[in-house]
Design a protein. Structure first.
Lengths: 487, 417, 121
């Protein structure tokens, strides 16, 4: 029988990936298991992805503690792992008394949590900074250096780096049952066989309560809400330079607009609908109407015709923490299993949560011995759209496929697409999230047939085996090369 | 920084080797323009024609009914005969001022300095998000053109049970194509009370195969977690409002969207060319010149055409304009005329008359009409048995008529009544 | 319309002219304004509707390649699916140029199946 792992993490979203990467510094046998085809494609892929300052967390809460100085952690990681990380200033506006109260509260929390850049700002100043913004607000605050990332590429990079440092990674592997046996080992039953671990981390996001129940921890409950997002074409992203929030983030409402790391514009609204299940990420007519109306209210000149996609994301709160706080701590079944039950701002808190997990594991008896050699960097993914002419020409000399553009809208080359596949992407959307091919105006209209063919070549699969995002989502029905048509 | 040693000088660069670009380049060479290069990002020339394997092309230009590939073949042969240089797998990624363009290909990033540029980039398709259909985002949703490429170029079947949203020509043609390939087509769903494509396609694609055509219907929801499972469709009243009692589900695993084309003008916008909001293409004069010096536009990038024959004609006109500009052989009128839209006029191309030359004026109405008269100012009156938004009206003005319009005023109305 | 009359929409060009077509014995009765080509079309459509069929055919020894084809002349509408079946079972051999005959006189219709695209290798 194989030696059990020291730690197994269930879930490779931002939390799971961050924890795995941190654990990979130490001489431990570690692994991550995820039913998805690659990292960060659960809740992590559908959020505003801001690395918030500490104004949205009640002073004294776990959230506030774990979010402290996130920007510093992200800056460091973006250097080490060669990942996009932008910082923008934020303007928080209020159009009525209720919103004013929320904006004031956020500033109060910011100051109590040690933030120093929060201040009032006049309408006149805002008009200079964001001339397209609806200027009829009655109250506004300004704050600096809120981060912006694209989580799927971060989760991918963290997992990749951890793997480089000896971690095992199991995708397309679904946990079916969990059993804590007498000899203090977790038996993890999956659809691809049994795993064993001394310590178990539940970072299963929307499914964290399912996993908890499997382990016997029946008390845990998560409550889901769904938010809606709308992305507008990069041609008009030059309109905005700040993150704009209206009012505050309450359990019932949030409303924001900002540039994305890819140079588009994202509108975010939510979360007020209760989804039927963790996969109920539909956008209803009502939500669509509201978000577009809301966008127009914030930016009266917003060209709705430039909407390129809208989608939904699910957030959770849990019953173990109060006031919508995180729960990062042991399960009731055993002190060797830890839950990460998180809510907004989960992505901001990821580095802090990872750190917390390390402390919890160590307190629970795991010996954290630093490896003599830890590779804290990884090879950057080349992005034609971000490179200089010199860099592009050098890359094309190395490999001409980097000059052959496949995704016209986002300027993604054949070389990049093959690269992300070789590094782990195996589906149309997997390729999209890492290379950005298919994210633009035409939404894969031109490039996805070509990406399909490249996936077949690189993975040695038939066209009918290519999926959009894993099991159950075939991209086409058949290549009639392979089948006989019956009458 | 541009290293001056590495810039290649061209007399004319044509962006796009579809029917517009090929016709433009061929005519340019025929007129004696020397250094002409056509750039296309695809691996083959012919543009969208290569995947339009159905007949219906060339009735005007060649007096024969050809399939798309056959038409493309003729245009390509003509271009090769004139020694037109075509660079495939080469994408123009930027047009800078002063005719500088940057082209990316496996050979590297190259810079060209072009005396003139003809834009012939064609269109992209409207997506599901553009038309804001609520629901989930499963696999199995295709724009009709993408499905056409998958079937006709790659040999893939997109699905087994399809619904088609939109009764544009490409939707109807793909309905037929899918049925011939063994896929079921459950319905074609159209929000208007009339189809938006040609009547002949209605006969050959919908009637021939008894496909249910749901006019005045709208898709209100797409369902399916991983792959499309069903759509909800409902009837609309005469004000366009959903009639809730008529909602019904249609099970399917594939959705094709034929909901419109958008001229692909990112390059044009980025170099500051003014775009007409109704055509989504550049504002041009009757020599197809945009408002940036030495940049001309033709074909679907200028406005969505119905017939490829018109596209070829526009390409040739753009080349004539380039030749005229290079030789200084043509002079603008002292007074130019802006064409304005009367009621029920959706699009006019060209939007401005600057030269006293014979010109084709393309017009699209907003709403269908019965027997009607097209008028341009006081100089043209043409009776038509009917008009439909899906069928472009093309009228000719002589140089003399254009001069007359200019005399009458700086803007004249195009109307349909 | 009487029993033997049908409304037929002409598809020869984009105009879409309509006519009511009937036949008594050998005599056609056509109500509607049609051009010469249109008249020929509606008569044919009444007797034996024909269509030009366009599809693709696979290339021998090149499983990923297909080439577009058409029937050189309109074929009887009711034979469309049968013809599709034959074409699907066929493998064309490169090199091919526009106009090359892939299947002569398909299913005895008098029409060939010809290439509309070309393949050099």
């Amino acid at each position: 029988m194989q030696q059990p792992y020291d730690v197994i993490i269930i879930g490779s979203g931002m939390i799971g990936a961050m924890v795995l990467r941190e654990l990979s510094r130490f001489s431990l046998k570690i692994a991550v298991i995820d039913k998805e085809t690659q990292a960060g494609l659960g809740a992590s892929k559908a959020s505003l992805s801001y690395i918030h300052r500490n104004h949205i967390n009640p002073p004294g809460s776990l959230r506030a503690r774990l979010c402290n100085n996130s920007q510093q952690s992200y800056r460091k990681l973006s250097q080490e792992l060669s990942l996009s990380y932008n910082e923008l200033d934020e303007i928080n506006i209020a159009f009525d008394k209720e919103q004013e109260y929320l904006v004031k509260k956020r500033m109060e929390w910011a100051l109590k949590n040690g933030e120093t850049s929060f201040r009032l700002i006049t309408n006149k100043e805002v008009a200079k900074l964001e001339p397209h913004l609806n200027q009829n607000f009655t109250y506004a605050t300004f704050s600096e250096d809120h981060g912006l990332i694209y989580p799927p590429e971060w989760a991918f990079a963290l997992i990749e780096n951890a793997k480089d440092n000896g971690a095992d990674v199991f995708f397309n592997t679904e946990v079916i049952n969990l059993q804590y046996s007498d000899n203090k080992i977790w038996d993890i039953y999956t659809d691809r066989g049994k795993f064993q671990a001394r310590y178990l981390i539940n970072a299963a996001g929307l499914y964290a309560d399912y996993i908890a129940h499997m382990a016997g921890d029946k008390e845990v409950q998560q409550f889901m809400t769904r938010g809606t997002f709308a992305i507008f074409d990069s041609a008009i992203a030059s309109i905005m330079k700040h993150i704009i929030y209206v009012g505050g983030v309450t359990p019932e409402w949030s409303q924001s607009i900002s540039p994305t790391v890819h140079g588009n514009l994202i509108l975010g609204m939510g979360h007020f609908k209760t989804p039927d299940s963790p996969t109920d990420t539909k956008v209803t007519q009502e939500e669509l109407d509201i978000i577009l109306r809301m966008g127009k209210e914030m930016i009266p000149t917003l060209p709705l015709d430039d909407l390129i996609t809208s989608f939904a994301g699910i957030k959770t709160t849990n019953n173990l923490a109060s006031d919508g706080d995180f729960y990062v701590g042991p399960s009731t079944v055993s002190s060797t299993m830890f839950h990460a039950l998180i809510c907004s701002p989960g992505i901001t808190a990821a580095p802090g949560i990872a750190n917390e997990m390390l402390n919890l594991l160590s307190d629970a008896g795991l010996d954290l011995k630093e490896k003599p050699v830890f590779k804290n960097t990884r090879e950057a993914l080349f992005h034609f759209s971000e490179a200089t002419d010199e860099q592009i020409n050098a890359k094309i000399k190395e490999n001409p496929q980097y000059g052959h553009l496949i995704c016209r809208c986002e300027k993604v080359s054949e070389g990049e697409i093959r690269e992300v596949i070789r590094r782990g992407a195996s589906t149309i959307e997997g390729v999209k999230h890492l290379s950005r091919a298919g994210m633009g105006r035409c939404q894969g209209g031109f490039c996805s047939p070509l990406i399909l063919k490249i996936l077949c070549e690189e993975l040695g699969i038939s066209p009918a085996e290519v999926t959009r995002r894993g099991k159950g989502s075939p991209e086409i029905a058949a290549s009639d090369n392979e089948e006989e048509h019956n009458d | 920084m541009i290293n001056n040693k590495n810039i290649i000088d061209l007399d004319l660069c044509v962006i796009g080797a579809g029917p517009a670009g090929l016709a433009a380049a061929t005519e340019a060479k025929r007129l004696g323009i020397k250094n002409v290069v056509v750039f296309d990002r695809d691996e083959k020339a012919g543009g969208i024609l290569a995947q339009c394997i159905h007949p219906g092309f060339g009735l005007q230009r060649f007096k024969e009914e050809l399939t798309g590939p056959e038409y493309a073949h003729r245009e390509l042969e003509a271009a090769l005969k004139q020694n037109v240089e075509i660079e495939l797998n080469s994408m123009v990624i930027e047009i800078k001022p002063d005719g500088i363009i940057k082209v990316a290909s496996a050979k590297g990033l190259k810079t060209y300095r072009c005396k003139s540029i003809i834009l012939a980039m064609g269109c992209r398709e409207r997506t599901r998000s553009n038309v804001r259909i609520p629901g989930t985002r499963p696999a199995g949703i295709f724009t009709a053109g993408k499905a056409q490429r998958l079937v006709n170029i790659e040999g893939f079947l997109p699905g087994r049970k399809a619904v088609i949203i939109g009764s544009g020509d490409i939707g109807m043609i793909m309905a037929r194509r899918l049925i011939l390939e063994g896929c079921q087509v459950e319905a074609i769903i159209e929000i208007n009370s009339y189809t938006s494509g040609l009547i002949r396609n209605e006969v050959q694609c919908i009637h021939d195969f008894n496909i249910p055509l749901l006019l005045s219907h709208q898709v209100t929801m797409i369902r399916g977690d991983q792959r499309v499972e069903e759509i909800t469709v409902a009837q609309r009243d005469s004000f366009g409002k959903i009639i809730p009692e008529t909602e019904k589900q249609i099970a399917c695993d594939t959705i094709l969207l034929s909901v419109g084309l958008i001229p692909e003008n990112e390059l044009s916008r980025n170099v500051g060319i003014t775009i007409d909001n109704s055509t989504k293409g550049p504002l041009v004069d009757n020599f197809l010149a945009t408002d940036r010096a030495n940049i001309f536009a033709c074909g679907n990038v200028l406005h969505v055409n119905d017939l490829v024959d018109e596209v070829s004609f526009e390409g040739e006109l753009a080349a004539k304009a380039v030749a005229a500009k290079l030789t200084g052989n043509i002079v603008k009128m002292a007074k130019e005329v802006k064409l304005t839209k009367g009621a029920n006029i959706g699009q006019i191309v060209p939007q401005q008359l600057s030269y006293p030359i014979e010109s084709r004026i393309s017009i699209r109405v907003k709403e269908p009409t019965g027997p009607t008269t097209v008028k341009i100012g006081e100089v043209l009156k043409k009776r038509l048995p009917f008009s439909r938004p899906g069928e472009m009206i093309v009228v000719k003005l002589t140089g003399a008529q254009i001069e007359e319009l200019a005399k009458a005023g700086s803007s004249r109305e195009v109307s349909v009544e | 319309m009487s029993d033997n009359e049908r409304e037929i929409i002409c598809i020869v060009c984009t105009q879409g002219c309509k006519a009511i077509v009937g036949k008594e014995g050998l005599e056609f009765s056509i109500k509607g304004k049609l051009c010469k080509r249109g008249l020929d079309y509606v008569k044919q459509e009444y007797l034996n509707p024909k269509r030009v069929l366009t599809t693709t055919v696979r290339i021998k020894d090149n499983p990923n390649k297909i080439i577009p084809v058409r029937t050189s002349a309109p074929i009887p509408k009711e034979k469309m699916f049968e013809i599709m079946k034959v074409i699907k079972a066929t493998r064309a051999e490169a090199p091919l140029k526009v106009g090359d005959v892939i299947i002569p006189n398909i299913l005895d219709t008098g029409s060939d199946v010809i290439c509309t695209g070309s393949l050099l290798v």
